[in-house]
Design a protein. Structure first.
Length: 390
């Protein structure tokens, strides 16, 4: 399980930008206010577009140098121009002092995290030491320090940083989360699982956190614990679509198609776009009647008929499958080679040899063509009296 620094990084950039907007006075209005547009794009994490607008800001624009440098630093770092970004952030720190503006600690955090994002973990530690006074009461600074040490394979030091952080910041949940991350990376999955349950319940965690941990246990091949977390999440957030989707996906990956189908059926009661998936999973799980019941609710006629044809063939109900030809043709599906072969096979099974031959003439796709040759061979044997017709 990897610590999602990019997500935390963006949250810091949002705080910095909010502060930046609070202290800003509106720049002189030209035809286009490129600076304000760039600010809004950064808030939406559209950094490449923001960079385009920054380049369009006139050099003589009536904008604080500190604000301008800070905005550039945020954008450069998030577009992976790390060196250039840090230069702008360093420039901003000096300019904040020159303009007698209070520097929020998030600016220092942003600067230190930029080293981590670049993969320069030693640089990250050095920058944290450089601004240790300014970041003394910032829990996130300790998280950056712990992760940097961990990446440098100084795991014992990293673990001690986290334990100390818990003592110094008893109300800060970052450290509990980080302990879980480290435990999972060490392969201590059962210990991590117990801590996850405690962490999620005690902190009234949002559905995104349940989802994140459950998915990460699944990625670590800890399917049992992953499914347990999904079940807990499902009970706490019964209407959360993403949790149910990932829960179904977990069962699907384990080959438990019926359980996945049940969850998709639950989803389909709230959103009809999931009816198709529920029906298909029941079909593949070997429950044709439930598949047909849901198939009737599919609104798209083409999707409905294709799936219904597959269900009939699965059931060896070739009479019903064969009878669908006109309906399929009316929707323009007669040119679909998969449909043509399926109907040809169904016709053959009920003795409609000529209709089957006509349909097989449409089949040219390599994978289906080989099957069609085998079917034609059976027909010839049947007609010659050398093999069973049905």
């Amino acid at each position: 399980m990897k610590f999602n620094f990019l997500q935390k990084f963006k949250s810091v950039s949002t705080l910095v930008l909010t502060y930046l907007m609070m202290i800003s006075s509106a720049p002189a209005q030209d035809d286009v206010d490129f600076y304000s547009i760039a600010q809004r794009l950064v808030q939406d994490a559209q950094y490449n577009r923001a960079l385009t607008y920054i380049k369009s800001i006139p050099e003589d624009a009536d904008i604080s140098k500190a604000r301008m440098s800070l905005l550039k630093g945020i954008v450069f770092v998030n577009t992976k121009a790390f060196e250039e970004g840090r230069k702008e952030l360093e420039r901003a720190l000096l300019q904040f002092k020159d303009e007698e503006l209070k520097i929020p600690p998030e600016v220092y955090l942003y600067y230190c995290q930029s080293f981590f994002l670049q993969g320069d973990f030693t640089g990250s530690l050095k920058s944290l030491e450089k601004y240790s006074k300014e970041l003394a009461r910032e829990p996130k600074a300790q998280i950056i320090r712990a992760n940097s040490l961990w990446k440098l394979d100084r795991k014992e030091e990293a673990w001690q940083i986290v334990l100390k952080g818990e003592e110094n910041f008893p109300n800060e949940i970052l450290f509990s989360r980080q302990k879980i991350v480290f435990m999972m990376e060490l392969g201590l999955y059962e210990n991590a699982f117990q801590l996850v349950l405690q962490y999620l319940v005690e902190n009234s965690a949002p559905p995104q956190e349940f989802l994140s941990f459950a998915v990460n246990f699944r990625k670590a091949k800890q399917e049992k614990n992953s499914l347990k977390l999904f079940e807990v999440a499902r009970l706490r957030f019964p209407r959360n679509e993403m949790i149910l989707l990932e829960f179904a996906n977990s069962y699907y990956e384990k080959g438990k198609l019926y359980r996945a189908a049940e969850i998709f059926e639950e989803l389909s009661r709230r959103n009809t776009k999931y009816v198709k998936e529920a029906s298909e999973l029941y079909r593949r799980a070997g429950y044709p009647m439930r598949a047909l019941a849901l198939n009737r609710k599919i609104q798209d006629s083409e999707t409905k008929l294709k799936q219904r044809l597959a269900i009939y063939i699965d059931q060896s109900d070739f009479e019903l499958a064969s009878s669908m030809e006109m309906e399929l043709n009316n929707l323009g599906l007669g040119k679909d080679q998969d449909i043509s072969y399926a109907l040809a096979y169904s016709h053959f099974q009920i003795g409609k040899i000529q209709q089957s031959k006509e349909l097989l003439r449409r089949v040219t796709r390599e994978d289906l063509y080989r099957k069609s040759l085998a079917l034609k061979s059976l027909m010839s044997a049947c007609l010659d009296g050398q093999g069973a017709c049905l």
